[in-house]
Design a protein around this ligand. Sequence first.
Ligand code: TYD
Length: 202
Amino acid sequence: MIISFEGIDGCGKSTQIQLLIQYFTARGETCVTLREPGGTEISEKIRSLLLHETDEMNSVTELLLFSAARSQLITEKIQPLQQSGTVIILDRFFDSTTAYQGYGRESAAIEAIEFLNRLATHHTEPDLTFYLKIDPEKAAARNTSQNYDRIEKEGVGFFKKVTEGYDQLAELHKRIHTVDASLTPEQIHLLVTGIISDFRQS
Ligand code: TYD
């Protein structure tokens, strides 16, 4: 089973992922969490280029690099884990590319990005996606880090466009569940585990 978490920077994904790992572990289930971009040696090298490169990066180059990191993660880690029946928790997946590179950067037409997503994922899709929705202004206020990466440096205007992207995706795909990120972490966790348990019973 693949569960992905999505949302703009500062939406509280990391806390939810930690709570979910504890939930599965307490139930004696094996689960693995992987982050995007990253998760393999090659993908971590690409991550460092994507997030910490100081030279100007063309937006199509950025789109292709996120996709390249993903293709490696899928073939090297996700496909073998899927075969072993492990629960895979993904800290971002291809919806991030549609929202950030498609809607935020407008690097390419959405159809082209969707095509690239299918190629890079080798047609792998999450069973469930949790979109933690937060107001971009509130998210910026929450993110008090002094070391913004290349993408976090974008202004609120960019994150508003990314949010529109996520909203559109959530309307289109049944697997995406929008969760109000302004609830407490415990409330969000209860909603998330409730949806997982319903999904497994269906
Ligand atoms: P990360 O430090 O993992 O941020 P977060 O904790 O918010 O997930 O950095 C990943 C950054 O890369 C984040 O700003 C979102 C961005 N991103 C894209 O723009 N496109 C993508 O396809 C992915 C996976 C991430």
